[in-house]
Design a binder for this molecule. Structure first.
Ligand code: ZN
Length: 146
């Protein structure tokens, strides 16, 4: 399976994404594995499926220093947002060279399914919250430059 990161102004990045079936199909398992590899190859900390040509609600993230703790988010949904917001600089593998000041809630509660098909719920704070919201924006067809 050949996969590459789509860059702006590719219209695919602006389209809607769909929930996927649980348990994961073999195809979706392969897509997720390739997304993790591609994220590491490009020194990214997150990657959404529609950045690599699949309009499916999947994103991967690794915010560990060692880059050995990939987290997989399937059918993610933001359940709660902080009222307090903070502006910080963000980059994006789909917008190379662009660093944007983005204002976001300081925490979000997220529900999702893990790769084993189990439902998860967690509140993310600070930097992880920012990454989660950045990837959720991708799945909603939104880029940092929008
Ligand atoms: Zn991005």
């Amino acid at each position: 399976m050949y996969m590459q990161i789509l860059k702006k102004p590719d219209v695919f990045l602006k389209g809607p994404t769909q929930n996927i079936e649980i348990p994961l199909s073999d195809e979706n398992k392969i897509i997720i594995g390739n997304m993790i590899n591609l994220m590491y190859q490009n020194n990214g900390i997150g990657l959404a499926a529609n950045q690599v040509g699949y309009n499916r609600k999947i994103f991967v993230m690794d915010i560990s220093n060692e880059k050995n703790k990939p987290q997989i988010f399937i059918n993610p949904k933001i359940e709660k947002r902080a009222k307090e917001k903070l502006t910080e600089e963000e980059g994006c593998l789909s917008c190379p060279g662009d660093l944007m000041q983005v204002r976001r809630p300081i925490y979000v509660a997220l529900s999702w399914f893990c790769e084993h098909g189990k439902e998860q719920y967690k509140t993310f704070y600070n930097f992880p919250a920012r990454v989660v919201q950045h990837e959720m924006d991708h799945l909603d067809g939104k880029l940092i430059i929008d």
